[in-house]
Design a protein around this ligand. Structure first.
Ligand code: CP
Ligand code: NVA
Length: 300
């Protein structure tokens, strides 16, 4: 049987994703009860990071430990990848010694190459194109808040980036309607718009995207690797700040989401992210529970 990897949200069927989220909610409850559950005894997860992380690193490491296994943190200086050892060779070697591999890096094709040569499951912990683990946690959060995601109206305000791409895939897989508002030069990938066209549309302004939305989502204007574009992006995105005025166009009980890290006064105002409609810290906590369900599914 081919090895199951999790590089994009649509590597899994809608049914599998829903089962994972239900399991994540169960695992969250088990942890609250203080129950010990160790299906990953003796199992190791290698975690390769070529970009910074707080949530992804801590949730995978703590998650493995809580499931009875262990995690190895490998930053660029910890492996020969940083000195030019081919991805193919690295994948063969590391996968011969561990039970799963999580990778956060720039180009998505690097993760695909790694997975092709790995003998164990590979998990995408964020690339320039996708962030599927974030969407597991976000869908869990919406499920907990609203019971169901089906048919919800979700507005994405800002950059057509990696998290936006994963939200677009989520719209199709979880059956909600996503409206994306972005500055002209910062559109999401055209092939993903086409793939998800039944559930995703583009709006010409932030206000029209947010009108009557049940959920408003944004992300940083300058993702990791785009530090040099920061000033140009701040100008281009000036009309895309999610503030109280913009939120007033959404449904009165609309939720605000952000994967974090957030920049108050840029993509979101402090009043909104720290206000009563914000679920950003629930999303962050759910990274732990959703990924434990993923680890159990792939590694147990
Ligand atoms: N949301 C997210 O992936 O956060 P980190 O960059 O801290 O891992
Ligand atoms: N779009 C952001 C997400 C960080 C979790 C980035 O890629 O930097």
């Amino acid at each position: 049987m081919p090895i199951q990897h999790f590089l994009r949200l649509d590597d899994f069927s809608s049914d599998t994703l829903l089962e994972l989220i239900e399991r994540a909610i169960e695992l969250k409850q088990l942890r609250k009860e203080g129950a010990s559950f160790a299906p990953l005894k003796q199992k190791s997860l290698a975690m390769i990071f070529t970009k910074s992380s707080t949530r992804t690193r801590v949730s995978f490491e703590a998650g493995m430990q809580q499931l009875g296994g262990n995690a190895l943190m490998l930053s660029p200086n910890d492996t020969q990848l940083g000195r030019g050892e081919p991805i193919e060779d690295t994948a063969k070697v590391i996968s011969s010694m561990v039970d799963g591999i999580m990778i956060r890096t720039d180009s998505h094709s690097k993760v695909e190459t790694f997975a092709e040569h790995s003998s164990v499951p590979v998990i995408n912990g964020l690339t320039d194109d996708f962030h599927p683990c974030q969407l597991l946690a976000d869908m869990q959060t919406l499920m907990e808040q609203r019971g169901s995601i089906k048919g919800a109206r979700v507005a994405w305000v800002g950059d057509g980036n990696n998290v936006c791409h994963s939200f677009m895939n989520a719209a199709r897989l979880f059956d909600f309607q996503l409206t994306v508002a972005h500055p002209e030069a910062y559109a999401p990938r055209a092939d993903l718009l086409e793939l998800n066209q039944s559930h995703v549309k583009i709006s010409e302004s932030a206000i029209s995207a947010v009108k009557n939305a049940d959920v408003v989502v944004t992300d940083t204007w300058a993702s990791m690797g785009q530090e040099d574009e920061k000033t140009a992006r701040e100008q281009a995105f000036a009309n895309y700040c999610v503030d109280e005025k913009l939120m007033s166009y959404a449904a009165s009980n609309a939720l605000f989401m952000h994967c974090l890290p957030a920049y108050r006064g840029m993509e979101v105002s402090a009043e909104v992210i720290d206000g009563s409609q914000s679920v950003v810290f629930a999303e962050a906590e759910n990274r732990l529970h959703a990924q434990k369900a993923l680890l159990e599914y792939l590694l147990a």
